[in-house]
Design a protein around this ligand. Structure first.
Ligand code: IMP
Ligand code: MG
Length: 177
């Protein structure tokens, strides 16, 4: 099968680089949240592999919850109009929340989520994104933890998909159309 799904282009972040950086981020998070309990909120589905690797290396007690959102728009560009497909299972008021994303592109999805979560009055709310692209700088997202800054290309692998394909790759590659 090819065509609609494109193909796997050059590797932008290798498996070794990903894993080493995730270990560093987990150490930073563990130090920053020392003495506190963390509620990690993942955005489905792209962030699942990142969250799974990250939380297993975090040393403070943590709970996990997930949201699923869809942003209207074409396959490779988000429109900024976000619909919640699955909301959180538990209330977050008074909790220390770390929102974990796969990639911040325009930042529109995240700015919507941030406003939505902030209105539920968590004790603290920080953002951790595995990847960022240059577009997000326009929105000046207060992203506390960033894995890698990428150029403005569409990427696949390690949770990120194109038409639901390629999530299972252990590295990040450029999509070739
Ligand atoms: P934003 O609203 O433009 O920041 O887009 C965020 C969402 O679009 C991400 O959480 C991804 O689900 C998706 N997305 C953005 N860029 C990519 C990419 O390069 N590969 C796969 N998904 C992407
Ligand atoms: Mg996503």
């Amino acid at each position: 099968m090819s065509g609609d799904y494109g193909s796997i282009g050059r590797t932008l972040v290798s498996e070794e680089e990903l894993q080493a950086r995730i270990t560093e981020i987990a150490a930073e998070v563990s130090a920053d949240y020392e003495g506190r309990e963390l509620l990690v909120i993942g955005v489905l589905k792209g962030a699942i592999f990142f969250i799974a690797d990250l939380v297993r290396r975090i040393s403070v007690p943590c709970e996990l919850d997930f949201m699923a959102v869809s942003s209207y728009g074409s396959a490779t560009h988000s429109s900024g109009v976000v619909r919640i497909l699955k909301d959180l299972d538990i209330p977050i008021a008074g909790r220390h929340v770390l929102l974990v994303e796969d990639v911040i592109d325009s930042g529109l999805t995240l700015s919507y989520l941030l406003k939505n979560l902030a209105s539920r009055k968590p004790a603290s709310l920080e953002i951790c994104s595995l990847l960022t692209k240059p577009g997000h700088k326009r929105l000046k997202m207060p992203t506390r933890y960033i894995g890698f800054d990428l150029p403005d290309v569409f990427v696949i692998g390690y949770g990120l998909d194109h038409a639901e394909r390629y999530r299972e790759l252990p590295y990040i590659a450029e999509l070739e159309l």
